[in-house]
Design a protein around this ligand. Structure first.
Ligand code: HEM
Length: 458
């Protein structure tokens, strides 16, 4: 790096001029990157085939031929498509010793045998290639990356070159994450081609669970009634069955957010170390916990909305009217049942409290909120309050079911009531957690998480 290129703000707060950065490519991305660099205090010089025709570029930047621009800067961003990389080999001598930042992406996976960054490395062997900024859009660069993803993933074979690119990313307001050597470039180039990669597993789980619970409830309720009593109660699909499937999926998915953490605790206990990698499936599961939780919250929301309309449903009003009239006809009174009053109020209360905490969990998982929490606060909310939420929602379901599991009529075609199915995973998670927090187990897990290793374990 040139001595006059050191950037920064001195203690008196004055901004020094930052280094000159070169950008090859005057397309959307190149323009937005240049603007952002200029706003952050860098000098920007563009390398273009036709310097005189580049009217849309930021005013404060300079435009030159590729060779002249490359001479002016140590870091060169290559913001052109891979198909046009050919001209770079003719600039090999101008680019010798420079850091080339490959920001390119492909339109499809597997188009080329090697990643664009590795190809660039072959074309200009005298330069050091760093892959970065390919997961950042031109729009994110213009909008300040506040609403879009702020993470710049970086990989390359030389640590000093990566550090220079990381410094630039950080001074542009992004957070930089080192993803390893240039071999990781193929993986980084695949990322923008994936549609919601972390949502895929949670969405599949949600769809499969909803379909399973829905058809289970359909068989137990509508089809059973039709076959055994000849009654058509298919209208219940719209609200009653939906209001079974949604809360059950919500509860099971909430439990699935906490199950991998508990399993990881037991694995660490078994391995006697925290330094052994978790199996891939567990890693993948842990990575998508936030998405699982947000989907669970969405299903919980639907359950609350469906519950709100219960009193105004035609069927419910009809049933109440028929029952009241039958009491009047038979000259009977509706005795107040104290236990039922306690039970209903308790299960509503648990549901409301559980839902309240659930919403809090959802809010604190949003980046704008979680960024304002420190690590302990975030852990407290997501772990401790998360388990309390799970406990409350499980208690809500237990109280809702009450003694139904004891009644033989609840087992239609030997199929237990839906709420019993929904309790299996949450109960497993709560029992595992209970074991993990017992003092003797907790002591061991804490020691392992602080770096202690059992003798003989690698
Ligand atoms: C069932 C109310 C939040 C899980 C019910 C039912 C009501 C209700 C009235 C009975 C529905 C019926 O008879 O068809 C509420 C209220 C909530 C709330 C007022 C909060 C404002 C939650 C949350 C969860 C949940 C957050 C889970 C995460 C369940 C489950 C059932 C149930 C699993 C049993 C469904 C079945 O088998 O029919 N709830 N609930 N509830 N609720 Fe909630």
């Amino acid at each position: 790096m040139n001595s006059d290129s050191v950037a920064m703000i001195d203690l008196s707060g004055k901004m020094h001029k930052l280094e000159t950065v070169c950008i090859f490519g005057t397309g959307d991305f190149g323009r937005s990157l240049g603007l952002r660099l200029l706003q952050s205090g860098y000098n920007v010089v563009y390398g273009s085939r036709a310097p005189k025709n580049s009217l849309l570029l930021p005013k404060e930047s300079k435009v030159m031929t590729h060779a002249a621009a490359a001479c002016d800067a140590h870091v060169v961003f290559v913001a052109v498509q891979r198909e046009h990389y050919g001209f770079l080999s003719s600039l090999a001598s101008d680019l010798k010793g420079k850091v080339l930042v490959d920001v390119s992406n492909n339109l499809k996976r597997g188009l080329y045998p090697e990643s664009n960054a590795e190809y660039l490395n072959k074309l200009v062997p005298g330069a050091t290639v760093v892959k970065a900024f390919n997961t950042i859009s031109a729009w994110a660069l213009q909008s300040g990356g506040l609403d879009a993803n702020r993470q710049v993933l970086i990989c390359g074979d030389r640590a000093d070159a990566k550090q220079q690119v990381m410094d630039i990313a950080q001074s542009l307001g992004f957070t930089a994450q080192d993803k390893g050597s240039l071999r990781a470039a193929a993986e980084l180039e695949d990322l923008p081609l994936q549609l919601f990669p972390l949502w895929r597993l949670p969405l599949n789980i949600a769809i499969c669970l909803t379909a399973f619970i829905f058809f289970y409830a359909l068989t137990r309720n509508v089809i059973y009634e039709r076959v055994t009593n000849g009654k058509d109660i298919a209208f219940r699909i719209m609200i009653s069955l939906a209001n079974k499937a949604f809360p059950i999926v919500s509860l099971v998915m909430l439990a699935l957010c906490y199950l991998p953490g508990a399993l990881a605790g037991f694995l660490q206990l078994y391995n006697g170390t925290k330094y052994r990698r978790f199996p891939d499936w567990l890693d993948r599961w842990m990575l998508c916990r936030k998405q699982l939780g947000l989907l669970a919250l969405a299903f919980g929301f639907l359950h609350v909305l469906y519950t709100l309309v219960i009193p105004i449903r035609y069927y419910v009003r009809y049933r109440i009217n028929v029952y009241t009239i039958s009491l009047v006809k038979d000259n009977k009174t509706y005795e107040f049942d104290n236990t039922a009053a306690w039970r209903y109020d308790s299960y509503y209360s648990m549901g409301i409290l559980g839902f309240g905490l659930f919403v809090l969990l959802g809010i604190t998982s949003l980046p704008s909120v979680s960024n304002s929490l420190n690590w302990r606060e975030f852990r407290f909310v997501q772990s401790k309050l998360g388990y309390i939420t799970l406990l409350l929602c499980t208690a809500h379901t237990f109280l809702y079911g009450w003694d139904r599991f004891l009644k033989p009529t609840s087992y239609r075609w030997w199929m237990p009531p839906e709420y019993m199915l929904s309790l299996v995973v949450p109960c497993v998670v709560l029992i595992l957690k209970l074991i993990l927090i017992t003092p003797c187990v907790d002591r061991n897990v804490t020691r392992i998480r602080q770096g202690w290793e059992r003798q003989g374990k690698t």
